[in-house]
Design a protein around this ligand. Structure first.
Ligand code: CMC
Length: 429
């Protein structure tokens, strides 16, 4: 039965349709509201605004559920690989063996970075943040890889997807090598995606890097857990920028910029900085918890809280397991893990965090996983960006294929000055 809601404005009643998603969530369709009533809706931060219909990712923040194309993220993190999950997100179904091989061959074929681009890379200042470098490089990809007239639109799109997934990983490793003054290591055709990345990062001619399968598994799980998260800030940026019909690389570059911020992907770096500060302060978490609760202090517990999850982030639970497993397998002890566990223990029992529904999010334990792999701190958000690529790509594709697609152009309620006349400079003040 079709559902609707009645709205009374100035004594007149209007009926607005209610849309029901496949998991039963309901939304009021306000697309005709202004036309019918002259009103718009106001929702700062879009906390209650659905910007699209999507069949990619389902999350339920009250019950702590996350599924990609219907598959629980817990099952994918346990059994899938990042490349397989990327295929699933982009194409909607898990690949057959043949499809997966074809996809992997395509990623391998596009893994090298244009030599001119590599030189371009080298001119960034050594201390530049890798996220700034990455967003610029991705935007520059259109210049180095222009559209070819002999390709169909579909071929061009598929090649762009493969280039992004494969080259961004190569560029990330390249930027790390260059920042350390080391020679660039090229991708190897005999290595799978995650192993190849680790080799490009850590191979040394004087001390060959041994690829540890436990680290490869942890990296696959890390990337799978970041692969998509419906209409988060960076994905919304990709869709918004993409809605102007700019090329894919520019839209993804915008997503990378949005991800960089400490309230979004930059939180994984900020968590380690916070844990390190607690350690330097003698390891007592209490003053940091007190600061996070203090209304007059802008400090927040990084890796805590989420716009949608009002319970434990399911990704944080899996990430903690990945963290325990990788440290155990590598026989490593990380003192920051003890501090993180203590902080979680104290915060989740505290009435402020309970009342505000603040629980650990994906970033809380992910930095410790990355540290165990030897990934440097300033590369943490880049690792998130590589993981989020399949999500950005699939969401961009869905928006482009949507027959109802429109330029994203929100409205506003103007609260500024009313009309006034220009005053010449001598008459002011
Ligand atoms: N520590 C202390 N207080 C917090 C925190 C926190 N981490 N997060 C939210 N609050 C409080 C906030 O002060 C406010 O309190 P009050 O209502 O009393 O003024 C209330 O909770 C609501 O905060 P908000 O900023 O309006 O809520 P939001 O839904 O916009 O915030 C968030 C979501 C992720 C930006 C926020 O929880 C935060 O800043 N967390 C720390 C940064 C972080 O870990 N980000 C990673 C998010 S998960 C990875 C990703 O997908 O990007």
């Amino acid at each position: 039965m079709e559902q609707s809601i009645k709205l009374m404005v100035d004594g007149k009643t209007y009926e607005l349709p209610i849309l029901v998603g496949t998991e039963g969530e309901r939304a009021i369709d306000i697309s005709q509201l202004r036309q019918m009533t002259g009103l718009i809706t106001l929702d700062p931060g879009f906390a209650n605004t659905g910007s699209c219909k999507s069949s990619i990712t389902f999350m339920n923040g009250e019950r702590g559920i996350l599924r990609y194309r219907g598959y629980p993220v817990e099952e994918l993190a346990e059994h899938s690989t990042f490349v397989e999950t990327a295929y699933l997100l982009i194409n909607g179904e898990l690949p057959t063996r043949k499809e997966l091989t074809r996809f992997s061959v395509m990623l391998n074929d596009h893994s090298l970075v244009h030599e001119d681009m590599r030189e371009f890379f080298q001119n960034f200042p050594r201390r530049a943040h890798p996220m700034g470098i990455l967003s610029s490089m991705v935007n520059a990809m259109r210049a180095f890889y222009p559209e070819l007239p002999d390709r169909t639109e579909e071929e061009e799109t598929n090649v762009s997807f493969a280039r992004l997934l494969s080259k961004v990983r190569t560029m990330a490793a390249m930027s790390y090598r260059i920042s350390r003054g080391h020679t660039v290591v090229y991708p190897r055709p005999d290595l799978l995606y995650a192993a190849n990345f680790l080799n490009m990062m850590f191979y040394s001619p004087v001390r060959p890097y041994e690829i540890d399968p436990d680290v490869v598994n942890a990296l696959n799980a890390f990337w799978i857990l970041h692969a998509d998260h419906e209409q988060n800030s960076s994905t919304a940026a990709v869709r918004l920028v993409g809605s102007s019909r700019v090329h894919l690389y520019a839209a993804i570059s915008a997503g990378i910029c949005a991800l960089w911020g400490p309230l979004h992907g930059g939180a994984n770096q900020a968590v380690i900085e916070m844990l390190t500060a607690i350690q330097a302060n003698g390891g007592d978490v209490a003053p940091f918890v007190a600061r996070a609760k203090d209304k007059n202090d802008p400090f927040r517990l990084m890796g805590f809280g989420h716009r949608v999850y009002k319970t434990y982030d399911p990704r944080a639970r899996i990430m903690k397991k990945v963290c325990d497993r990788v440290l155990n397998n590598l026989k490593r002890h990380d003192p920051l893990l003890n501090i993180a566990m203590k902080l979680e223990e104290v915060a989740i029992k505290d009435s402020y965090f309970i009342d505000h529904h603040l629980y650990p999010n994906v970033d809380f334990y992910s930095g410790i996983v990355l540290r165990a792999m030897g990934i440097p701190l300033n590369m943490f958000t880049v690792m998130f960006a590589i993981g989020r690529l399949p999500g950005w790509i699939s969401q961009w594709k869905e928006s482009i294929d949507d027959p109802e697609r429109k330029l994203h152009r929100p409205r506003q309620v103007y609260v500024g000055k009313n009309k006034r006349n220009y005053v010449p400079i001598d008459g002011r003040g």
